[in-house]
Write a protein that binds this ligand. Sequence first.
Ligand code: ATP
Ligand code: MG
Ligand code: MG
Length: 346
Amino acid sequence: GATIGILGGGQLGRMLAMAAANLGYRSHIYAPGESGPATEVSARWTKGAYDDAAAVAAFAAQVAIVTYEFENVGVAALAGLPVLPSPAALDVAQDRLAEKRFVAGLGGTTAPFRAVDSLADLEAALAGIGTPAILKTRRFGYDGKGQARLMDTADAAAAWGSIGGQPAILEGFVRFDAEFSIIAARGADGAIVYWDACTNVHDAGILARTTVPATGVVAEQAEAARALTGRIAEALDYVGVLAVEYFCGVDGPVFNEMAPRVHNSGHWTSEGAITSQFENHIRAICGLPLGDTALAARAVTMDNLVGDQADAWPAILAEGKAHLHLYGKTESRPGRKMGHVTRLEF
Ligand code: ATP
Ligand code: MG
Ligand code: MG
C-alpha cells in the first residue's frame, strides 16, 4: 500500500496510523518532538518544525497524501501540497475569531463575541457583552489553556495579563444544559456521514467523559447541530473527519469551536461504532467509500485517563469487557491525557 503522511506525533496520530495499517497503508509521521505515541506505531518518522516549509515539502514528496492530527501547523508551509482536509479548513479553525465569524456567516449561533487586541479593547468588549465572560487567546488554546473567566469588569486587567496580552476574543458566558459534539466524515465525493451526537462532560477544562446515544436536550438539538456541521463541511469543501463542539442553549445548539481532525470525543467510535472516526478519516483522504457510523452497542461510555488516572489500568483490564487504550507516554503529568477506556452496554 501507499504511505500516508501525518503531521503530528500524539495519540490522535497513533490511532490514525493504526487505522491506516488495518487498511494496508503505511504511515510516515512528521513531528518536532522526541519519539511519541504516533512515531512508535509508524513505519517512518521525520523530525522537523511545523513552520519549516522546505522540510514539510520534502516530507510531502515522500508520501501519497498528507493529513494532520495537530491543529497548529503553519498554513503557509502547506501551500501547494497534497493536504486533506484542505489547509483552508485549518486556517479557519486555528483562529477562534475567524472561526466564529465564519460560522455566524453560515447562520450558526455562537456566544456573543468581540475581538480583543488590547486592555482598552477588553474593557470596551466587556461594556458590550457584560459578565460573566471568557477571554480566550485567538490561537493555540486547548484543554482550557489560554483562557480567563471574568466575573466582573474589575477583572479585566488581571485577565488580560493572565493570557499574556496575546490577540484574543471575549465571549459572553453561555448558559447551557449540556455540551455535545457532532463528528462528521465527508468523503472525496462529497458524501457526508455523522456519528451519534456525543454528550461531553469536562473537568477542569479537559474532556472527562463522552457518552452515546444522546438523551434529553442533546437528542433534541442534535439534528440542528448536524445540519450546521454539514453546512460547515460543505462550505470548506471538506474531506476527512470534522468535529464540532456545541452547547445546548435555551434556543438551540450554540457553536463553541471546531476541530478539523479526529477528536477526543470520538474515541468511543473505535469499539462503539461500526466504523471508527479514525478509519473513516483514512478512507476519506484516500478517496475510498466511507463506512457505516451506526452504534455497535446500545450505549457507549468513553472515559479519559488523565494524569495518574491511568495508574488504574490493571483494575480496568480486570473488568474483562472494558476496552483500554494507553498511549505509551513515558511521563505522566497532571492534566496530561495518558489513555482512555471505552465501555459498551448491550
Ligand atoms: P478543547 O480541549 O476542547 O480544544 P479549548 O481549550 O479549545 O478546549 P473551549 O472548548 O473553548 O476550550 O472551552 C473549554 C470549555 O470551557 C468548554 O467545553 C466549556 O465547558 C467552557 N466554555 C468555553 N467557552 C464558553 C462560553 N462562551 N460559555 C460557557 N462555557 C464556555
Ligand atoms: Mg479547542
Ligand atoms: Mg473545546
